[in-house]
Design a protein around this ligand. Sequence first.
Ligand code: FRU
Length: 456
Amino acid sequence: MTEIYTVERANQFIQKNKDEVNRKFKPKHHFSAEIGWINDPNGFVYFQGEYHLFYQFYPYDSVWGPMHWGHAKTKDFVNWEHLPVALAPDMPYDKDGCFSGSAIVKDDVLWLMYTGNVEQEDGTIRQIQNMAYSKDGIHFEKIAENPVATGDILPDELVKSDFRDPKIFEKEGRYYAVVAAKHQEDIGTIVLLGSDNLIDWEFESIFLKGTPEQGIMWECPDYFNIDGNDILMMSPMRVKQKHYDFKNINSSVIMTGKVDWNTKTFTLHNMKELDHGHDFYAPQSLEDDEGRCIVIAWLHTWGRQLPSHDLKHKWAGSMTLPRQLTYKDGQLLQTILPESLQSLSKIDVDDNPISSGVLEIDINGNLLMRFGSSDDYIDFGFDKEENLVYIDRKGLKRLPKGDETWEISERKVQIQAKKLLILFDSNSIEIIVNNGEESLSSAFYIDGEHYLQNLS
Ligand code: FRU
């Protein structure tokens, strides 16, 4: 029998069951759902004076299931208010999941564009794009014209069943969406769709096709421009490993380049891993009311064991702290928002035990720090000989092993580190190196009180 999913059923379930969640490892300063599983941030947008965050959501269990869109909002990127579920997979064109997508505001109406995932009778998958809108920012209506774009509009060189995660933007009065597609040659590809009214969408171009080394599928693409620099941000699967980079099967990258708006194509100049920790995926951006480019990501990734699920805590997954992307001297920086920093207590090794807060360290030589208890901890620090900032999860009792068949308990990034900003929460660490030149984000599930020690 097929399950019937509706927004009402999801909201009732959440209200009835949210108090049963075991909060032992739940983050204090990072966004997480009231109950259930979350993955990608979706529809991150400024609407009527507040910032809305939607997310891939399965309320009924702490594992991935038929995707809904969870919903929350904030005025300051620090305090989040949970809102009713925005979308449930309740239509023939999204019956097996309301997959990732984005939001845009037009004439004071909040529009969502998302992928409907449909398993057909012959077992094949169909991924199609749909629209929904809301005037009050709480209740959403799917439009009668859905689906607004199907695989039929794609050129034959693309696989029609891998067509997902539209990110909408507006340029000179026309709406566009970058959408993930897969080339027949198993190569990540981004297509550009265009529309004048958000309802009739047409294929514009293959915006960028990758190379085999750059991954087999580029999930959750995002396009924006910072200070005249065209940027594609996305999450490729199976990028070829390079030194210490791309050790996770699922990575996130920043691509800098130049868009030719006549041919509607993106010329790639440089591709860089966006975060070098174990858990950072599907980042999405918004432009805030001051014009800042703010990015939030899923602080987890695919194919990893999730202790909060294994322990039946009834929740899984959180978001990173929001980060601002800026350009300085030709380099892209990601910095933690001043709003977040003000809300976190400054910590020191003398403050033990420590549950959450922010620590700043000036690097003068080798650094080895340990966080946790005597038999359950993570190490992190800086190796001065090799210029490596690292997070090492080998000391964890609950090592969230992944689908990776190679050693991955340690993640590192090569950089001459001068300064580390380290953000601790109940189950995560985010390290920002040299005021934003690199970052490493990882999750952990450590029992008991947490102690910070400097072992260097
Ligand atoms: C990325 C992703 C998307 C998809 C969604 C499904 O994490 O695989 O491509 O839309 O998750 O939950």
